[in-house]
Design a protein around this ligand. Structure first.
Ligand SMILES: CC(C)(COP(=O)(O)OP(=O)(O)OC[C@H]1O[C@@H](n2cnc3c(N)ncnc32)[C@H](O)[C@@H]1OP(=O)(O)O)[C@@H](O)C(=O)NCCC(=O)NCCS
Length: 191
């Protein structure tokens, strides 16, 4: 069975994002949200490394961030993730530049897990995070819940998620970091 059948049509909708048939941008906002291509992974890696330093250096220290992000966000690692089934690997592109990235897993549908949501520091607070959430929700009409974890002291991200109606349902300490587990219930939609 094709991914579209298995995952509530997400495969087909992703292909339309590739083709630009469902471009989510407007003339006023030239940022386009689309499915990533293999040739995007180097730019996504650069974006993640830059945004991780901007976000986490004050919390974890620059050396630790280097260590983590070089490991987790190497282009070869991202390429493997891009090829996985039941995922959405999206980018925000403007003027040929990748300025944001979202990665979500549909393995536990109807709960959709957002594993990464990153907007380049100079493009934050311009609605790109909103657009990623809208795109992910649109890709998975069967999803009834969004879930994710966030560093407790990453106040920008926590503010963003609370603004979007996420609620904190649990808290833990993992590898010395305080982590919040957030969820947002989605309204029932027609597939
Ligand atoms: C968190 C993040 C993805 C949000 O994306 P964004 O494009 O900057 O957010 P948006 O512009 O769509 O913001 C939507 C709303 O969320 C809230 N919000 C976003 N950033 C905020 C901040 N820094 N402080 C307070 N509220 C914020 C606001 O209500 C905002 O609406 P407004 O600008 O009209 O007031 C982005 O800031 C980011 O990449 N941060 C660093 C990486 C990170 O922490 N990712 C999450 C890891 S779990």
């Amino acid at each position: 069975m094709d991914a579209g059948g298995l995952y509530g049509g997400a495969g087909l909708r992703l292909r339309r994002l590739h083709a630009g048939a469902e471009g989510l941008g407007t003339l006023k906002d030239p940022v386009r949200i689309r499915a990533a291509l293999p040739e995007d992974v180097a730019a996504v890696s650069t974006l993640l490394i830059e945004t991780w330093h901007d976000t986490y250096d004050a919390l974890l220290g620059s050396d630790k961030v280097d260590e983590i992000t070089q490991l987790w966000h190497a282009p070869a690692v991202l390429l493997q993730q891009l090829k996985q089934p039941r995922i959405s690997f999206l980018v925000a592109e403007t003027a040929g530049q990748i300025v944001g990235h979202a990665f979500a897993s549909a393995w536990n549908l109807p709960a959709l897990e957002i594993a990464r949501l990153y907007v380049r520091p100079d493009r934050q607070r311009q609605g790109i995070g909103n657009r990623f959430l809208d795109a992910l929700i649109a890709l998975y009409p069967r999803a009834d819940k969004l879930s994710l974890s966030v560093e407790k002291f990453n106040f920008r991200a926590v503010a963003f998620y609370l603004h979007h109606g996420f609620v904190i349902h649990d808290e833990a300490v993992e590898d010395g970091a305080a982590i919040l587990f957030l969820e947002k219930t989605l309204p029932q939609r027609e597939p």
